[in-house]
Design a protein around this ligand. Structure first.
Ligand code: OOB
Length: 536
């Protein structure tokens, strides 16, 4: 089985010749940073911190332990850790031996994790000790029972049931590390998804490090930069746009927060002299709301990034007057392409657009439903390819045929328009997904869960507009004849199937039948219109 399509050889050679791909790996990155920045703090988390040199040493020791336990190059390892120093030690240890982290989110639960383990045949699962209010070791036991490929479960911290990462550390002297090439896969990132469960995105050292270097140029990350990570760092946006990895690449300092409440974030900005922070739109609204009533000194904050979902122009305009920093809009995707407004763009561009591609090697085109390329300014679907956009998902050949064109463009499912200067304005979405304040929900995934309920004949999950989150999810259900469908009961049925809680529909509606398209499929557009009429 072809595990995943990759760039054609001539494109790979071209990117190398142009110096876009430099042959640099994450192992090179950490080794060099440990030499250059040595005792400088790389990551701070609460009262704990770790220097570049300590991180390099710890990661190597843990890598030795993994190696001794039989983890090998190319093995898949689910990593589900909160924002913590352990996250970095673990991923750099896995990079060292060439095993591939799969970046699960802390909010993922049994259904997502079992699927990831099974589909990727993961050999190990690394999780948290449950001190953050959720019992991760217990979740690990549930996953273990259903995932036969899992040979190891390791926990960051001490618990009875599983060995801890600390116990795994071994002397790393004279280790025979496997040979890791920059063209190798470094990890599997997860897609927001529009069909079924999340797809896995194979990112190479070459392509990801390129995206990090370009992001750093655009965001002007330097040794003195201090990045506040309030979003879960396993996600592509806080991980690499420029995120925590960009900050480390620049030799800056990462400050980890456990959440994004103004209480925690504003205090950290003042204490740690944070220079750049990244948010999704609903959290930016909370910050804008909270700041005027507080006395924190936010003067160190130079850039506030907002992305992951559309940020309204009205809110965007308030960022500088209220928070006193430059707004940067970020429109990206775990599949690759990231667009930024530039720090010196005119105010109107920063407020009204979602930025433009970060690389001159990014190719973007806007097409109509037949795939015909449209004129600049016309609205259509965004397609893209380039040096850090994947050519196909991992183990998803059927889906790849639908999502990638024959000439290698990724069909983003985003409906956009290009401004005169090439900036992208996101107008909507063609993919069957709900963007709940930056958290993506694949409608089909939730519909499949609902269809498993004995009283449900048919189900459609759609987005409904929401002032705060942008969108919320609504499950529309056609009950089986004579069956009694009860919202409370269906909700607890979904909860019992154990999935990330943001995926549980915010609203439930019941209908006798669905409007249909010409070929007899559920017409979600008509369904959305019906519901909108019902509530206005
Ligand atoms: C980021 O990545 P994903 O993979 O969770 O989601 C990608 C999708 C995009 O295709 C688009 O539908 C939506 O999220 N999106 C935006 C947006 N940023 C992302 N829609 C409107 N405006 C924006 N600014 O969300 C992501 C990855 C890297 C950097 C930033 C965001």
């Amino acid at each position: 089985m072809e595990e995943h399509p990759t760039w054609p050889q001539e494109m790979a050679e071209y990117y190398r010749k142009k110096g876009v791909w430099r042959g640099e790996t994450f192992n090179d990155m950490l080794r060099e940073r440990a030499m250059m920045f040595a005792e400088k703090i790389a990551v701070k988390c609460g009262t704990q911190s770790i220097s570049y040199r300590q991180l390099d040493t710890k990661a190597k020791k843990l890598a030795s332990g993994f190696h001794t336990e039989g983890l090998q190059k190319g093995d898949r390892v689910i990593v589900q850790l909160p924002n913590s120093i352990d996250f970095f030690i673990v991923i750099f240890a896995l990079f060292r031996i060439g095993a591939w982290p799969i970046f699960a989110l802390p909010s993922h639960r049994r259904s997502e994790l079992v699927y990831l383990c099974q589909h990727a045949e993961a050999k190990a699962y690394i999780t948290a000790n449950g001190q953050n209010g959720f019992d991760y070791p217990n979740l690990a036991k549930e996953v273990q029972a259903q995932a036969s490929s899992l040979q190891h479960i390791w926990v960051a911290g001490i618990v009875e049931a599983f060995p801890s990462l600390d116990e795994m550390e071994k002397n790393a002297e004279n280790q025979n590390w496997p040979d890791i090439q920059a063209s190798d896969i470094a990890f599997l990132q997860l897609s927001g998804g529009s069909t079924g469960l999340p797809k896995m995105i194979p990112r190479t050292h070459d392509d990801y490090l390129y995206s990090i270097r370009k992001s750093n140029d655009i965001c002007k990350l330097r040794e003195y930069s201090v990045y506040l990570a309030s979003l879960p760092i396993a996600h592509n946006y806080p991980l690499s746009s420029p995120g925590v990895l960009g900050t480390m690449y620049a030799g800056g300092r990462v400050v980890l927060a456990q959440g994004s409440s103004p209480d925690e974030a504003f205090t950290l900005i003042e204490q740690e002299q944070v220079t750049i922070a990244a948010l999704v739109p609903p959290l930016a609204l909370v910050w804008l709301e909270a700041a005027p009533a507080r006395n924190d000194d936010l003067a160190s904050l130079e850039i506030l990034q907002v992305g992951g979902a559309k940020f309204s122009a009205e809110a965007a305009r308030r960022v500088r007057p209220v928070l006193g920093c430059q707004l940067q809009q970020v429109f990206g995707m775990a599949e690759g392409l990231v667009n930024y407004t530039r720090l010196d763009d005119p105010e109107e561009t920063i407020v009204h657009t979602q930025g433009r591609p970060m690389s001159p090697y990014d190719e973007v085109r806007v097409v109509d439903e037949d795939g015909t390329i449209m004129k600049r300014g016309e609205v259509g679907e965004l397609q893209t390819r380039g040096p850090y956009t994947i050519r196909g998902y991992y183990r998803a050949s059927e889906h790849n045929h639908r999502t990638f064109t024959d000439d290698g463009f990724y069909c983003t499912g985003d409906i956009v328009r290009l401004a005169k200067d090439g900036s992208i304005i996101v107008e909507g979405r063609a993919k069957d997904q709900i963007n709940r304040g930056g958290e993506k929900i694949a409608a089909e995934e939730i519909e499949n869960h609902l269809l498993a309920h004995p009283a449900v004949h048919d189900a459609a999950v759609i987005a409904i507009p929401d002032e705060f989150l942008g969108e919320r999810s609504c499950a529309v259900i056609v009950p089986k004849k004579g069956a009694l469908a009860n919202t409370r009961e269906i909700k607890s049925f979904l909860q019992a199937r154990s999935m990330a809680s943001y995926k549980i529909p915010d609203r439930f509606e019941y209908k006798e039948s669905f409007p249909q398209t010409g070929v007899g499929k559920t017409n979600k557009q008509a369904l959305r219109a019906q519901l909108a009429n019902q509530y206005t």
